[in-house]
Structures are given as C-alpha cells and as structure tokens.
Design a protein around this ligand. Structure first.
Ligand code: SF4
Length: 342
C-alpha cells in the first residue's frame, strides 16, 4: 500500500528530498475528512487478512479512552468485522469502567486471574517504573496474539511514538501485524471526530484529565499522578499497601538460577548484567541499560539483579516511587512503545 508519507513526498518540489519530519508534519496536517477516508480505506484493505488470521476479524484494543472510541467508530463505519476487547488492568478509574459498561456493552473484557496489585506482591519485579513496566506486558499486551490488532496509538502523543509508529507494522517482539489507523491524527482531529458523531466519552476528560488509564501509573508523570491520587485516595492506599507487602516478601530474597534463566531470553539487558559482578553501576549508560538508578548495586550469576535491593525500608521504596523518580529515564523496553491509548 502506498504510504501516507510517500504520497506526501510526491507533492513536494521536484529535486528536493523531504525529511522524515517533513513527511510526518504533512501527514499530521491533512484535513480530517481525508484522514477519516484513509482510515476507513485501511480498515477495508486489511480486512481479508484479518479474517484469515481470525474468524472474528480484527482484534481491536479498546481502553475506553478517546482514541479507542475513535478507532471503534471507524471500524463500524468501515463495515468491517472486528472484536473490541478491553484489557482489564484492575486499576483503571471507576468512572472509566462505568463508562465502558454503560456505552460499550459490545466490548469483550479480558480479565486476569490475579489483580495487578496482588501480582505486584507475588512476583519479584517490583513496583512499575518508567524503565520497568512488566505490568503493561502482562495486562495490556497479551490479548490478540495471532490476530491482526488495531490500536489507537497516535504519534502526536510523543516524539518517541513519532519515531516508531507507522500505520501498519509488525509487533516488534511477536511479529504479529498491527494496524494503527489514526496514527497521524492530532488531538484536535480526535475531538472533532467525536463531536461530529456525537459519540459519548468518559466524563473525566471534561474534568481536566488528559490521559485515562491505570491510576498511579508512573508513566503519567509526577504532576498527573499527584492529581490522580488526590482524586482517588483509595488507589494510593492500595499501591502503598502492595509496595510494603512486596518489600516484606522480596527484599533480600535470592532468586535461584532457574528463575533467572527463564527470564533471560526475554530480557535483553540480562546478558549485559552478567558482565557485572557484585558491584555498582556507575555510568548513566550502564544504569539505563540495566534499568536502575546510578549507584545501584548489581548482583548477578546466582542472584537475579533487582533494582530495589539498595532500598533499606518499605517506606524508602514507597517514598522513592511516590516522589516521581519512578517516572524518570528514557525507556529502552518494548512495553514503552506498545502502551495502548493511555
Ligand atoms: S499503564 Fe502503567 S500501571 Fe498500567 S499496566 Fe502499563 S505500566 Fe503498568
């Protein structure tokens, strides 16, 4: 299929090669009506492939956020077969859950046996940080394997997404195809589309929330998280309790080699970690690759290296996580790029 960017390049002055940024800017600047038409065409174009992969057609990742409302409506207007699925993280805002139940009864719920905060306590990963987002992988990205997935990611949301996302591309780990039909839509496009169809949306947007998703996620950044915890203090208490229980359960507990070996093939930083003996990470690059703060002690070989080990008490871990430091760093993991519509 001719890409947006290629089409845009044909309209530029002959003899001049547009940069990637030029092409993206042009794609973002297209009129909304053209974007709608293109999105619908894409849905139709890939439908046969989606049906070959699953009799249900597209697997549409539906979070209840504004972007997923748009992709669901586009799929309806395209007249294609699809299955909208909500991956229940168990810590989404109650208003969002209520909205999904009220307005999207056709959405399937992908529930997990273990709520996220209980899983935090029961596994040795630690509370999620920008550099360690095991829960996204476990709770948001598992659904739709083997299907043609549709997600509401948009490059206008971050520079990183602009570097990495196209309208149609394979998942970087599983290789499954992913369609991102509104990847070049702006915020204004999304709201204009919602208003033009009079689509219901979650009330939280009108109350100043720009991002809807897991309450307390460090990816939201410190200011947004403060706002979330002020609004839903019960969630903050639940996170704190889970982090204290986690610390009591896992601090200083050596992980056996088999566990480490099981994780190793899936974690691209683990072979690097083996190059360090008992010691301290002392450069920003190493710290980034190892997903830990500078100065963290690294233990490898028989003990799985864990970033929270230098913390002396659960209160210290909680204060660190709550302070916003867990939101820092340039993510190097796949989850960062695969977050859907948050
Ligand atoms: S959005 Fe945040 S809290 Fe929710 S699953 Fe992803 S990393 Fe975890």
């Amino acid at each position: 299929m001719e890409s947006n960017t290629h089409k845009a390049s044909q309209q530029l002055m002959p003899g001049f090669e547009p940069s990637e940024k030029d092409l993206i800017d042009r794609a973002l600047a297209q009129p909304l009506e053209d974007k709608i038409r293109r999105s619908i065409e894409m849905f139709r174009l890939y439908e046969a492939g989606a049906l070959r992969m699953s009799p249900d057609g597209y697997y549409l990742a539906f979070s209840g956020g504004k972007d997923s409302c748009v992709i669901k409506q586009l799929a309806i207007e395209a007249g294609v077969k699809f299955r909208p699925v909500y991956n229940n993280t168990t810590i989404d805002p109650p208003e969002l859950i209520r909205y999904i139940r009220q307005h999207h009864a056709d959405v399937s719920w992908n529930n997990h046996r273990t709520p996220m905060l209980r899983r935090l306590v029961e596994t040795p990963n630690g509370p999620p940080t920008r550099l360690s987002r095991w829960c996204c992988e476990a709770y948001k990205e598992q659904g739709g394997k083997g299907c043609l997935r549709v997600i509401g990611v948009r490059i206008a949301e971050s520079e990183r997404r602009a570097r990495l996302w196209k309208e149609f591309q394979p998942h970087r780990t599983s290789g499954d195809a992913i369609l991102a039909p509104i990847v070049y839509w702006t915020d204004e496009d999304v709201w204009a589309f919602i208003r033009s169809r009079n689509l219901p949306y979650c009330e939280l947007y009108d109350q100043g929330f720009k991002r809807l998703g897991c309450v307390g996620c460090p990816m939201a950044g410190p200011a947004a998280r403060r706002k979330e915890f002020a609004r839903w203090p019960g969630y903050e208490r639940a996170w704190k309790k889970a982090i204290f229980l986690f610390f009591a359960a896992w601090k200083g507990v050596p992980l056996e080699q088999p566990y480490w070996e099981k994780l190793a093939p899936r974690k691209r930083y683990s072979p690097l970690a083996t190059q360090f003996g008992i010691g301290t990470v002392d450069t920003a690059k190493e710290a980034q690759l190892l997903r830990c703060p500078i100065g963290t002690q690294v233990r490898t070989q028989l003990h799985w290296w864990r970033w929270f080990e230098p913390m002396k008490s659960p209160q210290e871990l909680w204060d660190w996580w709550r302070s916003g430091k867990a939101s820092e760093g340039e993510a190097q993991c796949f989850q960062e790029e695969m977050m859907m519509d948050v």
